[in-house]
Design a protein. Sequence first.
Length: 375
Amino acid sequence: MAFSVQFEKLNWDQIKLAIYSKNSVDVERALSKTKRNLDDFMALISPAAESYLEQMAQLSYAATRKRFGHTVSMYVPLYLSNLCSNQCTYCGFSMEHRIKRKTLDSQEIEQEINAIKAMRFDSVLLVTGEHETKVGMNYFRQVLPQVRKQFNYLAMEVQPLEQDEYAELKSLGLDAVMVYQETYHPSTYAKHHLRGNKMDFEYRLNTADRLAQAGIDKIGVGALIGLEDWRTDSFYVAAHLDYLERTYWKTRYSISFPRIRPCEGSIEPKSVMSDKQLVQLICAYRLLNGEVELSLSTRESKSFRDNVMPLGITTISAASKTQPGGYADDKQVELEQFAISDERSADAVAKAVKSKGLEVVWRDWHPAYSGGFVQ
C-alpha cells in the first residue's frame, strides 16, 4: 500500500489542462456545495476563481471557525544541523555551498531549549539537513529524549526514514513529521535534486505511508511553490492528502505553503505566485477539507500573515531562526537555510493574533488528552 500506486494513475498534463479549462460555472458550482471533491478543488485553484476570492475568503473563514474555533496554534523551528549530503538547487544547506557547517551538541541544544522556553513555546519542530551518517538515527536517539522533556509536542523535518525507524522515534516522544515532496513533477524534481538520496523521487513520495503505518500522530505534506506550475503541484498535494485520509483515517494532517525564498545559490522560481493567489490557494484547501491543519511560516511578511491568518490558517511559526544555534546566538546568519520575512518576536506575533480576535494556543493537542480536557 503506497501513494506511488495512485500517483501512476495521475497525468500531470491532463490535470494542468483541466485546471486551466475551468470557468465561472465550475467555480460557482464548487462554491455552492457543502462537501467538495478534487474536481471542485481544481475549479477553486483555477484562474477563473480569482474573481471569486472575496466569497471564497468568507466561506473559508466560516469553515475554519466552525472546526477550529477562534484559535491559532504557535510553534517554533529548532535547527539542529545544516550538514547535508544532497545537492538541491533551491536550498541554502545544499552540499556544494561553501558555508560554515554546524551540528549542535547536547550543551548547545540545551541553550537553544532555554531560549525557546523563555519565549513560551511548547511546540517545537526539529529541523536538520539530510545527512544520514552524521545527522541520522544515532543522533536522533540522543536528541529526542533531551528535547522531549521540555516540550509538550515534538515534530521533525529531516530526511525520510524507514517505518521501523519512525516507530522507534515515536517511542522516544516524536509526535509529528513534516515531509514535503517539493514538486510532484518527476522530471522537474530530477532537475533540482542532483546528488544524494533525495534524488529518489518514489522513496520520498511514499514517506507519508511509512509514517502513518508507524502510527505517527500528525503528518505534514506540501510542495515548494515555485519549482513547477503552482496550481498543478497544489492539486497533487490535495490528491495526496485525499489518499492519506482515506487510507490512514486515524492520523492527523497538515499542509504548508512554502514559497521559494532567497538563500545561498538561490534560483528564480519557474512559477511565480502572487499574494492574492496564495490567499486563493489557502481558501481552496480549506473549502476542500475542513479538518486539515493549514500552517504558515515566517517565510511570509508580517502584514500578509496578519491579514490571511483568520481566513483558514490554524498554525503559525514565530521568532524563527533558520540557522543552528540561532536562538542562543542570532549573529551566525551565515548558517541560515533561507531568509525569513516576518522577524517579529513571539510576543509581537501573539499580540497580532489577538488583535484579529483570535486566541493563541501554545500547546498542541495530543492523543493522550482524549480522556478529558487539559488546561
